[in-house]
Design a protein around this ligand. Structure first.
Ligand SMILES: Nc1ncnc2c1ncn2[C@@H]1O[C@H](COP(=O)(O)OP(=O)(O)OP(=O)(O)O)[C@@H](O)[C@H]1O
Ligand SMILES: [Mg+2]
Length: 345
């Protein structure tokens, strides 16, 4: 029993002022109080223990959480690093895709430059001969003939300028193609662009495969005028669509079907405030199960090493993201494929 209570109990027992009955009842109260105190002490003690255990548990939980936080942080860092690496790889792939298509173009470009170069060489030879002739006439005093020859020389020089500029333009577009896009939209003659890439793609195919052949048809809407586009990007889209089309007709030709005539048609159209560039081929077509995947990066049915499968996915991004347009496909397996690029004007 609590010491103070014992003292009180003793005092009560020794007291003469209280009757025996009163003493007993006070003693009972004191015992009752003592019991209550003991119970309270016990409860307090237990609470204290619970508190301690809880504190320990809490400490452990905090430590565990800290460990987990660190693990999450590490995973996060690792993920971040992989993402950076992936981005870098993707960038490299895009660049090598550009270089590959530049390689495809080189043969076409060489062929395209050869034509204006021949003109320049011929007309400069002609001009030189004409000057000799003119000198002769001048010596003889035939001013009228000399004047006529001078006019011819001027015409010849004008042709040299035209073809020189054409070669210049081809080289410039080749350089542009290899460079990263400046991302600037400029008024562009879409028909000229489509025509140019059609021929470049054709000669590119011919350079790789001497026996490749396909009819090329164009149906250009002359009312289109200039359209604001990032021309080198749309150029790449058109080039990829045409290259895919040539590939598809070539694959079908290998089947040696009777009377098959490989044909690729490029059409342009203006409808309302939209311009459409349509590339159609009568090649192998796209099977239904591949159709859902053709715009996915790296999806290709070409043999390993021949295609990266980035062509259509890049085209999709260029048309939709940079130009706010649409790219649609219509196809029948074994019969035809038709891609349309729809651009807002
Ligand atoms: N005109 C088409 N006819 C038939 N199949 C096509 C045509 N265009 C695309 N495809 C299919 O879509 C796939 C993906 O085309 P995409 O241009 O993205 O890549 P790729 O041509 O295979 O490779 P890359 O363009 O990098 O050379 C092709 O492999 C082919 O299976
Ligand atoms: Mg392609």
């Amino acid at each position: 029993m609590n010491q103070n209570l014992q003292n009180i109990l003793k005092l009560v027992e020794e007291s003469e002022a209280l009757s025996a009955e009163q003493k007993k009842s006070v003693a009972d109260w004191i015992k009752e109080v003592d019991k209550t105190i003991t119970v309270t002490e016990f409860k307090l003690d237990r609470t204290e223990k619970v508190k301690k255990t809880t504190a320990i548990l809490l400490e452990e939980t905090i430590q565990e959480l800290e460990l987990k936080r660190k693990a999450v942080q590490e995973t996060n860092d690792a993920l971040h690093k992989s993402l950076e690496e992936l981005k870098a790889t993707q960038q490299q792939l895009i660049q090598s895709e550009k270089m590959a298509s530049l390689g495809e173009l080189t043969a076409g470009i060489a062929h395209e430059i050869q034509n204006p170069l021949n003109f320049v060489n011929n007309f400069s030879e002609v001009s030189s001969e004409l000057i000799d002739e003119m000198t002769e006439e001048l010596k003889k005093g035939n001013m009228e003939d000399a004047q006529a020859i001078a006019n011819e020389i001027k015409m010849s020089l004008e042709k040299i300028t035209v073809h020189g500029k054409r070669a210049d333009g081809i080289v410039k577009s080749m350089l542009q193609h290899s460079r990263t896009s400046t991302g600037k939209k400029e008024p562009t003659d879409i028909n000229a662009l489509a025509d140019e890439y059609l021929r470049l793609a054709y000669h590119g195919m011919r350079a790789k495969d001497k026996i490749f052949n396909s009819a090329m048809k164009t149906d250009f809407d002359e009312s289109i005028g200039l359209v604001k586009i990032i021309s080198q990007d749309i150029g790449r889209v058109v080039l990829n669509l045409i290259t895919n089309a040539f590939y598809a007709v070539n694959e079908k030709k290998k089947l040696n079907l009777n009377g098959y005539e490989p044909t690729v048609t490029v059409t342009t159209k203006k409808t309302g405030n939209k311009v459409e560039i349509i590339v159609k081929d009568n090649g192998i077509g796209i099977p239904q199960k591949a159709l859902d995947k053709i715009f996915q990066p790296f999806f290709t049915t070409k043999p390993t090493g021949q295609g990266t499968g980035l062509g259509l996915s890049l085209s999709y991004d260029i048309v939709t993201k940079s130009h706010g347009g649409e790219i649609k496909v219509d196809t029948r397996e074994g019969e035809y494929t038709c891609f349309s690029i729809i651009l807002p004007v």
